[in-house]
Design a protein around this ligand. Structure first.
Ligand code: BG6
Length: 280
């Protein structure tokens, strides 16, 4: 599957695989900030285990098609060349439209445009969903970001306190009491209507804090398969669960309804905040 790499002038570069328009790598000053498994399948035969797969038009198991929808396994088109924006930003667009295969699963007419923008210290990814048909449709969507961590055992996630979450592992609905969430088991929680940014906090000397800001993506899924599930996954090296945490910005607890000829943009910014205080 073809890949596209582009750079900005402040030492950042991003790689996008046209399978799913999946961002598979984002480097700033030589340091990688996204996790991508050494066993990830990059030929388009399955979703890429790492980077930022795009979930559309359905989050989770789906009676009409594959888990997390088809967008992450379809081949997207490169819809623009890299273009310069304000303050040294560089952007590229990718697109996907309905075809016979998508209409067999989900009989809707749509156009997706995914804009990947490198700014100083920041990667922005924005998915615009256009309804190009004559009827309204509804969907769920999510940016399934795999954050690279040096050591999951010393990583915390802040910004989730007091949020209600659905726990897919210890089935039920709860309220997050912790200011700093620690991942130390198979973890699969959907935090609902999270206000403000979520931070992945690591050692200041290495990766520091990665701040995730969201627009039109109210929910945040936090996922790590942990040891046993990781060992059973064909596209993950068993110990790699220690080097990743998925912090996924989504519109998943309520379905988004899009009338004909309308469009909506769902975006996130991943912001490198090195040198900020780390809560452990
Ligand atoms: C998360 C889900 O978003 O994705 C998990 O909450 C799921 O339940 C995980 O296991 C990975 O999904 P997949 O299809 O990429 O293996």
């Amino acid at each position: 599957m073809p890949q596209v790499l582009f750079k900005n002038h402040s030492g950042s570069e991003v790689t996008v695989n046209l399978c799913g328009a999946t961002v598979t790598s984002w480097k700033h000053e030589g340091e990688e900030f996204l996790f991508c498994s050494k066993k990830a399948v990059l030929d388009g035969s399955k979703a890429i285990r790492g980077g930022i797969p795009i979930v559309f038009p359905n989050f989770g198991p789906w009676e009409l098609g594959p888990q997390h929808g088809f967008a992450r396994i379809k081949e997207w088109k490169q819809a623009s060349d890299p273009r310069d924006g304000e303050n040294g930003a560089v952007s590229m667009d990718f697109s996907l439209e309905d075809d016979d295969q998508t209409r067999q699963m989900w009989d809707k007419k749509f156009r997706l445009v995914y804009t990947v923008t490198l700014m100083q210290n920041t990667l922005e990814t924005a998915l615009t969903v256009h309804n190009t048909g004559g009827e309204e449709f509804d969907f769920t969507t999510l940016l399934h970001t795999y954050v690279r961590v040096e050591d999951i055992m010393t990583t915390t996630i802040t910004g989730l306190q007091n949020c209600t979450y659905t726990d897919k592992v210890h089935v039920g609905e709860h309220v997050e009491e912790r200011e700093a969430v620690v991942i130390d088991e198979n973890y699969d929680r959907i935090y609902q209507a999270v206000d403000g940014a979520v931070n992945v906090n690591q050692d200041m000397q290495t990766l520091g804090t990665l701040r995730i800001e969201r627009d039109n993506l109210p929910d945040v899924v936090v996922w790590n398969p942990w040891q046993e599930k990781a060992a059973a996954m064909s596209d993950l090296v068993p110990m790699e669960y220690l080097e990743m945490v998925c912090v996924e910005a989504g519109a998943v607890t309520s379905r988004v309804v899009l009338p004909p000829a309308q469009q909506r943009t769902f975006s996130q910014k991943l912001i490198i905040c090195r040198g900020q205080q780390v809560i452990l």
